[in-house]
Design a protein around this ligand. Structure first.
Ligand code: ZN
Length: 497
């Protein structure tokens, strides 16, 4: 066995522990009875500790150094696997164990306090604990090191290579264009969505959603669909990629789009290379790239006019007697109704990025200290009024709505918008190369698009950082222009702007 093979075997075992933890986590959300929570928490913490010890231990460190010293004999893929492993290990080693423990304890406390503060609709109850989390996050940023602002060091966990300054260059034009677009939409007659409410059989929602997931290529012999409060996708190997969704009997399309979204994540993970399994390359390079895959299937395919041309007659078969007088055009417009609201997870395609941009702007200021914690609600509410034109009645539907900060996750939010930015760049490139996406979608032919994504993005795994991956796939530097162009064209047409 070569030193490289030994290193990969050692990593493979860590990857096994990670996947075993994922099984426990999946069960925790899908099947576990409430009383199992405490023991499950311990089991997961034990596995995390074993994995962390092995990953950061001298044994792996020594072997890694030996492999790096003899790098010349490695193939390109082997070299990339070692580079990826080194990056992730260096980052894990930089945080002292005492700080990790302090963060874990503070996060556990913060979650409970956040739940109570949200119930009380009072941010100031949560503020002292958020200050503690921010202090620890700044310490972590100092350990990682950064050139610009502390936020940059933390964001590397989610969108490697991005900095707040760079992100502002993408987000500022997107914000200005979106605010303008929303103001113009508000002046126009609103789209009718009433026919999507009422009573929609939940089993039929599930069957219809699964039918679409299968049609777009989700392999159910290597996956399954379950029900949870918060939808997610998880994998235990590329041959076992599971998704979950939630159902609302009152809403015809929420679960269906939820299933398409998670199936998009699953298609990506089923598309990693078999030979990358149990290596550091069997990953996405960033959450934004992952999100670009789910958003592609949910929005660019699922919320397109072509999609409803194909699926409206099929949907009628799943819901007999429903949708009889509804045209493809009405369905398309209803699936893309724009409504300025307060809640991120309910945001439509136009508003969603503004929810993210607000969080990003506040986070950067919170971490560099220019925004004192007790002023967060004021700044939050001011931006919601300015960007989205809505008044925030209380903190529960304002700055306390997301769980992320109580988990100590700072730097996560922009990945959602990067999903849309990368996605728009990718579709521009793909469209010409596969001979027109919408024509194929209208015929229910999804294989060419999936093949293209497999070839260009899925099979790449973690070989390149997001900026480099986009450069290789599209031949362009990352830019929000394709997204802005797409949003303007689509919504000008729907709303007659
Ligand atoms: Zn997603």
């Amino acid at each position: 066995m070569t030193k490289f093979d030994q290193l990969m075997e050692m990593y493979g075992e860590i990857s096994d522990i990670g996947h075993a933890s994922a099984v426990l986590g999946w069960d925790q959300h899908v099947y576990m009875p409430p009383k199992g929570a405490e023991a499950r928490g311990q089991q997961l913490a034990t596995l995390a500790a074993i994995s962390h010890e092995r990953f950061t231990g001298d044994c792996m460190g020594g072997l890694l150094e030996e492999v790096l010293a003899g790098q010349d004999g490695l193939t390109e893929d082997q070299r990339l696997a070692v580079k990826e492993l080194k990056y992730r290990r260096d980052r894990a080693v930089k945080l002292p164990e005492s700080l990790v423990r302090e963060m874990t304890e503070a996060e556990a406390r913060a979650y409970g306090i956040w739940v109570e503060a949200r119930q009380a609709q009072d941010f100031q109850e949560f503020a002292p604990q958020l200050s503690v989390l921010l202090k620890l996050a700044r310490q972590a940023a100092d350990c990682y090191g950064y050139e610009g602002t502390p936020w940059d060091a933390l964001a590397d966990d989610y969108e490697r290579g991005m900095t707040a300054a760079r992100i502002t260059e993408y987000f500022a034009p997107l914000r200005d264009a979106t605010v303008q677009l929303l103001a113009a939409i508000a002046e126009k007659p609103q789209v009718s969505t009433g026919f999507l409410r009422g009573s929609w059989d939940v089993d039929a929602q599930r069957e219809f959603g699964l039918r679409i997931a299968r049609d777009i290529g989700y392999d159910l012999a290597a996956g399954r669909l379950d029900t949870t409060a918060h939808p997610f996708c998880t994998n235990f190997s590329r041959n076992d990629v599971r998704i979950t969704t939630r159902y609302d009997e009152q809403k015809a399309l929420e679960a269906v789009f939820g299933i398409i979204h998670e199936a998009g994540h699953a298609l990506y993970e089923q598309g990693f290379r078999a030979e990358d399994e149990r290596t550091p390359l069997c990953h996405t390079p960033s959450l934004g790239v992952h999100e670009s895959q789910s958003r592609f299937w949910e929005v660019r395919v699922g919320r397109s006019r072509a999609f409803w041309k194909h699926y409206l007659p099929i949907m009628r078969q799943y819901f007999p007697g429903k949708l009889e007088g509804v045209s493809e055009e009405a369905m398309y417009r209803a699936a893309n109704a724009v409504e300025r609201g307060l809640i991120r997870v309910e945001g439509d395609e136009v508003c969603y990025n503004l929810h993210i941009i607000i969080r990003f702007e506040l986070e950067v200021a919170m971490l560099d200290g220019s925004l004192p914690v007790d002023q967060i609600p004021e700044e939050w509410n001011r931006r919601y009024k300015e960007y989205l034109g809505v008044d925030v009645p209380n903190d529960a539907v304002g700055c306390l709505q997301d769980v992320h900060w109580s988990h100590g996750s700072f730097g996560y939010f922009p990945s959602y918008t990067f999903g849309n930015i990368y996605g728009a760049m990718v579709v521009e490139k793909m469209d010409g190369e596969i001979g027109g996406l919408s024509g194929q979608v209208a015929e229910g032919r999804f294989a060419p698009a999936l093949q293209w994504l497999r070839q260009n993005i899925h099979r790449a795994g973690a070989r390149w950082e997001p900026l480099e991956l986009m450069r290789r796939v599209t031949g362009q530097e990352v830019t929000a222009e394709p997204l802005i162009k797409y949003l303007r064209a689509k919504y000008s047409e729907i709303y007659g702007l």
